[in-house]
Ligand binder design. Structure first.
Ligand code: FAD
Length: 291
């Protein structure tokens, strides 16, 4: 099913993001965790794609499996960084022929240490170029990435939103945000996007905080800010993984409740291929906010 059709039936969607397991042991672990998560009956699931195609085969195999063997509404992520027109057309047609109707279309990140990468003659400089092309190939449901605290390459949020409008007008059906911890950034972003005429669903992407090192890594990677009170609490429990887990869980449950009560159209969980925290969060959400 196309995700935009789901939107006609559901006020809110709850979706899970996975990455392709890297080896046999991770694949077993993945199977166990996904098996648990599927009991929550997600609206859709998505599978990431390594920029430059590093996970291409595993991403394509996994989306095929989840869509056709398990029967889930599945969205394939796909990045265009460093790809040729011919390759993109061939890959997107391959996904279409596998029965994939939902794509998360991204630019991806350039190789590290190549600062002037996009100044060179690349066919796809922005995700909007990829979205424009995909629109000509098949009537997919197309998602794209949004950054409530601006994309790290954008000088200002205002400029980032101007570029977002181009991406929206190229044919984006819905947006999923980068992880964030301060809901005010989401509320402000949605308001500014609406004022610009970006009127598709903007689904908050939420990561359960479960572990100190991992969360520091993501904050450095994405530039997401973390509320002082939460940062202090997590720091004080630095050497106590159980306390961090519980603090993170309590925080994320409240974060999701606030978002849904405000009117967010669901939650996209960055599961990191783990099930425990996402299940505990989802099951704790009040029933009236899950319909
Ligand atoms: P773009 O939309 O092209 O934006 C990148 C920068 O260029 C921004 O600063 C933007 O303002 C600017 N820009 C955009 N259009 C224009 C324009 N027309 N003119 C001038 N400037 C412009 N990465 C992966 O490798 N694999 C994944 O599976 C993956 N999944 C993701 C899922 C989500 C929900 C999110 C939020 C991110 C994901 N990413 C993934 C990360 C993403 O690839 C990076 O953040 C990347 O740096 C930007 O990709 P984008 O599609 O947002 O790029």
């Amino acid at each position: 099913m196309k995700i935009i059709e789901l939107f006609n039936r559901k006020e809110r969607t709850f979706s899970f993001e996975f990455f392709p397991p890297k080896d046999e042991i991770s694949a077993v672990d993945f199977g166990i965790n996904v098996g648990q998560l599927l009991k929550l009956d997600p609206s859709f699931v998505s599978v990431t794609y390594g920029a430059g195609g590093s996970t291409q085969e595993r991403t394509f195999t996994l989306v095929d499996y989840l869509q056709n063997k398990i029967g889930l509404t599945t969205m394939a992520h796909y990045t265009c960084v460093n790809a040729t027109h011919e390759k993109v057309v061939s890959d997107i047609n391959h996904l279409k022929n596998s029965g994939i109707e939902n794509l998360m279309l991204l630019r991806g990140d350039p190789p590290k240490d190549e600062k002037d990468f996009f100044l060179r003659n690349h066919e796809f400089r922005h995700a909007s170029d990829l979205i424009t092309l995909a629109r000509t190939l098949h009537p997919f449901s197309i998602g794209a990435a949004a950054y409530t605290e601006k994309h790290p390459e954008s000088p200002t949020l205002k400029e980032d939103l101007e570029n977002m409008l181009i991406k929206f007008e190229a044919g984006t059906d819905f947006l999923i945000t980068q992880m964030f911890f301060d809901n005010e950034t989401y509320y402000k972003y949605v308001t500014l996007a609406r004022n610009k005429g970006i009127n598709c669903r903007i689904i908050p992407g939420i990561i359960p905080i479960t572990n100190y090192r991992q969360i520091n890594k993501f904050i450095t990677m994405t530039g997401a800010t973390i509320p002082d009170a939460l940062a202090e609490k997590i720091m004080s429990y630095k050497d106590n993984p159980d306390k961090i887990y519980q603090t993170g869980l309590d925080f994320t449950i409240q974060q999701c409740i606030d978002l849904l009560e405000w009117g967010a159209p669901g939650i996209h969980f960055y599961t990191l291929n783990k099930s425990r925290a996402t299940i505990e969060i989802y099951e704790t959400l009040p029933k009236k906010l899950k319909n």
